[in-house]
Design a protein around this ligand. Sequence first.
Ligand SMILES: [Zn+2]
Length: 214
Amino acid sequence: MQKIICPLILLLTSASLLYPIDPNRENPTYPSKFTFERKLIFYAVLEGLFEDGVAGEALELILPDARSMTLEDAPEKTNFVYACPICMPTFDALRLYPARLPFYAQKATKYNTYGPGLSEEIMKELRGTPFQRRDAIEALINKWIQRRLDNLKITDCERDQIEKNLSAMRKKGEEMLKRFQSEKNYNGFKKYYENWKKCAACSGTSPLDRWLDE
Ligand SMILES: [Zn+2]
C-alpha cells in the first residue's frame, strides 16, 4: 500500500507547484480513520518526549535520523515494526518531535523541550545491545502511555475498553512482526526482524496480557 501511495504523493507535490494549493488538502476526508487509540498513542509519545526532554543522542538512539527515516529503508535501525498499528503513530510522533522550534518566550535560552533529559540509567540501556535498547524504549513508551491514560478523565470501565482496544492493536502488530519473520521476501524484512522477540512499542503500550486471549 505504502509503495502505491508514495508516487502519488510525489505527483501531488509536483502538481502543487503548478496549481494553487487547496488549503484543506491536508485534512483527512475521513477523520474517523484515525481512531481514538491511534491519537492517544501519538499524543502520549509526543507529550512524553517533551515532558522527559528527550534530545540529542537519546533521540538518535530511539529513532536515528528521525526526520528522513523511513521504516522501509532500515527497520532494524528504527526499533519499530513496519505497518504495526501501534508503531505507526509512535513513529509519527518521533518524526515530528525533532522539528520543534525554540520556545518563543525563552529566546535567551533557546529551550525547545520541557524535561531535563533521560537519566543515565536509561541512556546506558539505550546505548546497549539492540535488545537492551528496545527494552528501554518499551519502558519509556509504557510510562508515556500510562501517564496519558492517568490524565484522562475516564471511568474504570472506559479505561478497560481503551486498554482492550490497545491490546487488539498489539495483537495485530505482533502478527505483522511474525509475518515479516516468516516471509522470506517480504521487502527483505526478515533479516531485520528475525531476532526480535517482541515489538517494543506494542509491549510498552499494551503490557496487559489479560486481554490478549479474548
Ligand atoms: Zn508494534
